[in-house]
Design a protein around this ligand. Structure first.
Ligand code: MBD
Ligand code: FE
Length: 288
């Protein structure tokens, strides 16, 4: 993971640091699509038409055009295309591609820019890797079962969990955090169950000292996301679920800058026997 880590060199987390780390991580792969020339022609024709319509409708000035051009160049310089696209566009793509199939299993949500594959494996009942400082903040027991859509437990399924610390920073995208802090691949027991103790995340401000932040400030928006857990659930032969879970009544649950909250994804933790807040959330996987 050296590529991803070395991008962050300064002491303080910056939009440029996390942006360029996210861009480097994304570009670790080769992306291909079997889009035909005909389909590409239709999509690009409509896209340019949409841009032309907006420009005419709002009588966009040359000053505005040059500000846009400069801004787009800076989004690239700061490595913020993953951030900007995942905040403002990914939710539409996620919805379209869920609705293209007749899935009945658990709904998903966007991946966002800070997933890292191959997080270390952890047993079904576990505590997430965390620093002493993370242990000082409120903890949460997140438990449940991975099943098929008929409710049969899926043993050996993997539940990848990643989330920000109480300051809103993700390991590998801010300096000074251990590589796999608050990241893990939990393997379910023979009944498909998992029970994970982790830090209860806090509302999260996306990096806003770069072009994505300037963009938001330019129209008087806010850079906040509700507190969230990111999850990806996998079992061979089943549809992989990428999702996020939120907390009822939390700030920005109704006003997420990334538009990635769905009613089905809101948790309601309650105090458990251990004294910690606990919540059960199950995943039903469609056959692939
Ligand atoms: C995040 O943590 C996130 O989940 C998304 C979707 C965008 C930016 C930062
Ligand atoms: Fe996130």
């Amino acid at each position: 993971m050296s590529e991803v880590n070395t991008t962050q060199t300064g002491q303080d987390p910056t939009a440029k640091g996390s942006g360029n780390a996210a861009t480097a991580a994304f570009q670790n792969h080769i992306y291909k699509s079997d889009t035909s020339k005909e389909r590409a022609n239709e999509i690009y024709t409509d896209l340019l038409k949409a841009i032309a319509d907006v420009a005419h409708k709002h009588q966009v000035t040359y000053d505005e055009y040059r500000v846009l051009k400069d801004w787009m160049i800076k989004v690239g310089e700061y490595g913020e295309w993953p951030l900007w696209l995942d905040v403002f566009v990914e939710h539409e793509i996620e919805e379209i591609n869920y609705n293209r199939h007749d899935y009945t299993g658990t709904k998903g949500s966007i991946e966002g820019p800070y997933y890292v594959p191959d997080a270390p494996e952890l047993p079904w009942k576990t505590t997430m890797p965390m620093r002493e400082s993370d242990k000082q903040s409120e903890q949460l027991i997140f438990k449940g079962q991975v099943t098929d859509i008929d409710g049969n437990g899926l043993g050996g399924a993997t539940v990848e969990l990643w989330h920000a610390d109480e300051e809103g920073y993700y390991s590998q995208y801010a300096p000074g955090i251990p590589e796999w802090n608050l990241r893990g691949t939990i393997v379910t027991n023979e009944n498909g169950e998992y029970e994970i103790t982790t830090v209860k995340p806090a509302p999260y401000m996306i990096p806003h000292d770069g072009p994505t932040g300037w963009f938001i400030a330019s129209y008087g928006g806010h850079p906040w996301r509700p507190a969230h857990l990111h999850l990806r659930v996998k079992q061979p032969g089943f549809r992989e679920i990428t999702t996020q879970l939120y907390f009822r009544g939390g700030d920005y649950v109704d006003n997420d800058v990334a538009t990635a909250v769905k009613p089905e994804l809101i948790l309601d933790p309650t105090p458990g026997e251990s004294g910690l807040d606990e919540v059960t959330y199950n995943f039903a996987l469609d056959k692939s």
